[in-house]
Write a protein that binds this ligand. Structure first.
Ligand SMILES: NC(=O)C1=CN([C@@H]2O[C@H](COP(=O)(O)OP(=O)(O)OC[C@H]3O[C@@H](n4cnc5c(N)ncnc54)[C@H](O)[C@@H]3O)[C@@H](O)[C@H]2O)[C@@H](O)CC1
Ligand SMILES: Nc1ncnc2c1ncn2[C@@H]1O[C@H](COP(=O)(O)OP(=O)(O)O)[C@@H](O)[C@H]1O
Ligand SMILES: [K+]
Length: 485
């Protein structure tokens, strides 16, 4: 599991740890890890003689950068500091000077010939985008041939939310200290971070055991996925019901069933008007033309993909098993109808659907995904999977009415590719997640494992090329095998 903590938590943990250690220890640990990461990015034998430019802000992020610069200077790099704040970390600057580094009067001249730039303008203390005087310097750094390494965080992004309020400096790599920050894992900020490396500064000793955000890794997903026991039969593995498709959108039913068939349930019941199309592609499906209530027992329902203008989710919501609501099923969905259910509900909106449910503009959701997914989970008393370039899963667990601080960490999906932005891929995801629900996973686990497998399958299917939603479904068994293998 990869975990992230927000600024307030990091500061409290740092303060507790600092109180136990000689002054300056944490900053030296951070600088040592940063300098080592820079050496490995420059490559063996390339540190001596490398031209390194430090962009130094007024806080401790600048301090880390100056001490790391001093270490690189001692190894023979030519290190130049560009001071961008009204103040500077004096001890760090003295260390840099003592190691042979210098301060530049002309940042543009220094950047033009740089091999490596360390962005130490702001870290977790940054507020809003870059200040105007830093903007031309940041642009020159980005436009140079140098490798740009962000210190702790790319300057200008929000550590806590992943929002980018103004201009920020995009890095090729970020070296972060103690723990990941949510902004390193959530778009749009994540795009600015490049490859993220975590430096251990001993903070685990004082960080709370429950993080603010977590990202599953292969081993976590492998542990959560269902595996049929020797005594299993198709009913014991769980039956998932799919209510999807319409005369206009039969393909959504085919794709949702394609996902459901590869998600761990023992059988898939399809209910709706696209039975012929479903059977033609997936003869293993049990199809019913009547209402969901007459279709036979299921352990979970998926309702919504391609239902068109008359989704009719009420009957499904009235059932006593977990229900996943997607796509057309989300239109005009009432929080009260979801809240009064006794069994769990999982909602899987994309940004547009989430925006409609929240009554805000789509951009507001895309720019502030974390707040949006938490708010939806709170309002509906449900688990919510918010799709998009960063997929997030928030749980309603721990919510009291009107209080939107979830107890359990929000999950961020680390897999995927932008080639997934293709029609119908969301239908595959909802079928897959519903199937995992039917197999007995908790909504939070079903949603995050489904997003993980779906994103991995897309990467395997795509390998850099465009893909169709059916390719994602076809690659799901390979993704599953890759995870559990
Ligand atoms: N406290 C510690 O012992 C440790 C701190 N660490 C470093 O310290 C950093 C946090 O240091 P600080 O709390 O001093 O905060 P920062 O250095 O992140 O930034 C705060 C400073 O930047 C200015 N500032 C804020 N927003 C700005 C903007 N948009 N444009 C330009 N300037 C802006 C503020 O006026 C303030 O002077 C971490 O990110 C990390 O790099 C690490 O060394 C680990 C240990
Ligand atoms: N830019 C992107 N990068 C990565 N994944 C994306 C991106 N845009 C969309 N996706 C993923 O693609 C899928 C699209 O789902 P959805 O929007 O419901 O499409 P549809 O309704 O056509 O099936 C989701 O899993 C979503 O997370
Ligand atoms: K920084």
């Amino acid at each position: 599991m990869r975990t992230a903590h927000r600024v307030e938590t990091v500061r409290a943990a740092e303060a507790e740890l600092m109180a136990r250690l000689p002054e300056g220890t944490l900053m030296q640990r951070a600088a040592a890890g940063l300098a080592a990461a820079c050496c490995s990015l420059l490559g063996k034998g390339r540190v001596y003689g490398a031209r390194v430019v430090l962009l130094v802000g007024s806080g401790d992020n600048g301090g880390d950068t100056l001490y790391a610069g001093a270490r690189l200077a001692r190894r023979g790099a030519g290190v130049t500091a560009v001071l961008l704040g009204a103040r500077v970390h004096e001890a760090g600057l003295a260390a840099l000077r003592a190691a042979g580094g210098r301060v530049s009067d002309d940042p543009f001249e220094a950047l033009a010939v740089a091999d490596l730039v360390l962005d130490g303008i702001t870290g977790i203390g940054g507020q809003g985008g870059l200040r105007p005087d830093a903007v031309p310097v940041a642009r020159a750094a980005r436009g140079s041939d140098a490798v740009v390494v962000a210190v702790d965080l790319p300057s200008g992004v929000s550590a806590d939310t992943g929002e980018v309020g103004g201009e920020a400096l995009a890095a090729d790599a970020t070296v972060t200290f103690g723990t990941y920050k949510p902004g390193l894992l959530i778009d749009p900020a994540r795009e600015y971070a490049g490859a993220v490396r975590l430096v251990d500064i001993g903070l685990d000793a004082t960080l709370p055991s429950v993080p603010d955000l977590e990202a599953l890794q292969h081993e976590d997903v492998a542990w959560l996925l269902p595996a049929p026991a020797a005594e299993s039969d198709k009913y014991r593995r769980g039956v998932v019901g799919v209510v999807a498709g319409s005369a206009r959108y039969p393909g959504a039913a085919v794709l949702a069933v394609a996902g459901a068939l590869r998600g761990g349930a023992g059988a898939v019941r399809y209910v709706g008007p696209a039975a012929d199309a479903v059977i033609a592609r997936h003869p293993e499906t049990l199809v019913h033309e009547g209402p969901p209530g007459k279709a036979g027992r299921v352990q979970a329902w998926v309702v919504g993909p391609g239902l068109g203008d008359d989704p009719g989710v009420a009957e499904v919501l009235a059932s006593d098993v977990p229900v996943l609501v997607d796509a057309d099923g989300l239109r005009d969905l009432s929080p009260a109808a979801v809240r009064r259910r006794a069994a769990p509900t999982l909602l899987t909106p994309h940004a547009g659907e989430a925006a409609a449910l929240l009554g805000v503009a789509r951009e507001e959701v895309e720019d502030g995904r974390l707040a949006a997914v938490r708010e939806l989970a709170a309002r509906f008393g449900a688990t919510v999977l918010l799709k998009g370039s960063t997929t997030l899963v928030a749980d309603a667990e721990g919510h009291a009415d009107g209080v939107s601080t979830p107890m359990s960490p929000v999950r961020v999906n680390p897999t995927g590719t932008s080639w997934l932005a293709t029609a119908g891929s969301g239908d595959v995801l909802s079928g897959l997640a519903g199937s995992l629900l039917a197999a007995g996973l908790r909504p939070r686990d079903a949603a995050s494992c489904a997003a993980y497998l779906h994103g991995l399958a897309a990467r395997l299917a795509s390998n850099g090329a465009p893909i169709a939603a059916s390719d994602v479904a076809t690659a799901l068994p390979r993704a599953w095998a890759d995870v559990v293998g």
